[in-house]
Ligand binder design. Structure first.
Ligand code: FAD
Ligand code: DHB
Length: 391
């Protein structure tokens, strides 16, 4: 099998890259190790930055998002039983975000790819990237019980944090920055209308809680839990009780309960692999970097990477110039490090770190107080949340 761009992974990064290349007349093949139902149902991100929304629209993948997505103009911070709303458009010159689940972005892109795009093979597991620093890179993969080779001009690893593509880069050519956190998020989906019309990020002595949503009738909520927690050890009642305690306020706000349809625990980590390129192999999305989910940056970074990479590949294939491909890694990493900083700040401001001193806990409250009372501090949060500009 032969193609111009071999793409490993059909998460948002791989699917959107295939779409952008298809729109520019460049052929690609996408290899995805899981089946279609798994990719379409894996619960993850829920918030799209303005820049992500713009890229999806321009790619012709925004129709259902524009119909069903919910535009959000702010978030609420809760601490010390008080509420503080951050007004995005007022603080950023008009920017907002969109609540539209990653599952739906993937469904839309898969449907488009199968209808109009190049091959998208499910249950096709990449085993290794070979010859990344040669002119003829290839992906060895297994599909339908057989091993095969996909020969390419370029290979893009969009295979997430646990994928194989990063391993093709020799350790001596790379630098890795990493931090694990001693807590994770227990996330639930519940068939109940969201108890607030915007997202609520709560700092509480018992730990962080987040109220989010998937639609006007489906809530998504998260609780900070120890990193090694088994979600099944938390009964539904225990989850609702804990959410209620951490989200409580001094006014008459109440949390509506409903049937929980899914629960799982996500570990939290910060990770950056530099550079994001080795020869003709490029890394994009979670394959190259991970942020803790507080602040909702992961999916948006993945979209930023492939928007930059698609432009660079199109430029190379149309003009023969390597200039944009050469700039790819540095360009992405500038935005990636801003998102790393933002996600780290949000995480450390809102979570209860095991072993934190009373002094550190008071500092957390002082940071929140600063945001609530200083417009410049609040605007900094709003700019970070609504997104760092794509180039
Ligand atoms: P993935 O989505 O991980 O896709 C990689 C794909 O590659 C997968 O389909 C995988 O099956 C496939 N693959 C792996 N190995 C191979 C192989 N060897 N061969 C072939 N295929 C392979 N981000 C936000 O922006 N906003 C949010 O609100 C947000 N909330 C989150 C909440 C949770 C609970 C979690 C877990 C994450 C959240 N994120 C959020 C992060 C976001 O989901 C990820 O950053 C995003 O999925 C990255 O997309 P990706 O395409 O790079 O990687
Ligand atoms: C969601 C996830 C996040 O990480 C976040 O900061 C906000 C919302 C969500 O899944 O809805």
């Amino acid at each position: 099998m032969r193609t111009t761009v071999g793409i490993i992974g059909a998460g948002p990064a791989g699917l959107l890259l295939a779409r952008l290349l298809h729109n520019a007349g460049i052929d690609s093949v996408v290899l995805e190790s899981r089946d279609r139902a798994y990719v379409e149902q894996r619960q993850r991100a829920g918030i799209l930055e303005q820049g992500t929304v713009d890229v999806l629209r321009a790619a012709g993948a925004g129709e259902r998002m524009d119909r069903e997505g919910l535009r959000h103009d702010g978030i609420e911070l809760r601490f010390g039983r008080r509420r503080h709303r951050v007004d995005f458009p007022a603080l950023t010159g008009g920017r907002s975000v969109m609540v539209y689940a990653q599952t739906e972005v993937c469904k839309d892109l898969i449907a488009l790819q199968l209808k109009e795009g190049g091959p998208l093979l499910f249950e096709a597991e990449a085993l290794a990237v070979e010859g990344a620093d040669s002119d003829r890179p290839a992906v060895r993969f297994r599909h339908g019980g057989r091993e095969d080779v996909l020969e390419c001009d370029y290979v893009v690893g969009c295979d997430g944090f646990w994928g194989v593509s990063r391993r093709a880069i020799p350790a001596e050519s790379a630098r890795v920055y990493e931090r694990a956190y001693p807590f994770g998020w227990l996330g639930i989906l519940a068939d109940v209308a969201p108890s607030h019309d915007e997202l609520v990020y709560a700092r509480h002595e018992r730990g962080f809680a987040l109220l989010s949503m998937r639609s006007p009738s489906v809530s998504r909520l998260y609780l900070q839990v120890p990193a090694d927690t088994d979600a099944q050890t938390w009964s539904d009642e225990h989850i609702w009780d804990e959410l209620e305690r951490r989200l409580e306020t001094d006014d008459d706000w109440t949390l509506e309960r409903g049937p929980i349809t899914q629960k799982s625990v996500t570990p939290m980590r910060s990770f950056v692999h530099e550079p994001m390129r080795h020869g003709r192999l490029f890394l994009a999305g979670d394959a190259a970097h991970i942020v803790p989910p507080t602040g909702a940056k992961g999916l948006n970074l993945a979209v930023g990477d492939v928007a930059t990479l698609a432009k660079a590949l199109v430029h190379r294939l149309r003009t023969g110039s390597e200039e944009l491909l050469d700039a790819y890694s540095d360009r992405c990493l500038r935005r990636v490090w801003q998102a790393e900083r933002f996600s780290y700040d949000m995480t450390t401001m809102l979570h209860r770190a095991p072993g934190a001193t009373a002094f550190e806990e008071r500092l957390q409250l002082a940071r929140l107080e600063r945001i609530a009372t200083c417009r410049a501090a609040e605007a900094d949060l709003a700019e970070g949340y609504t997104g760092f500009p794509l180039d």
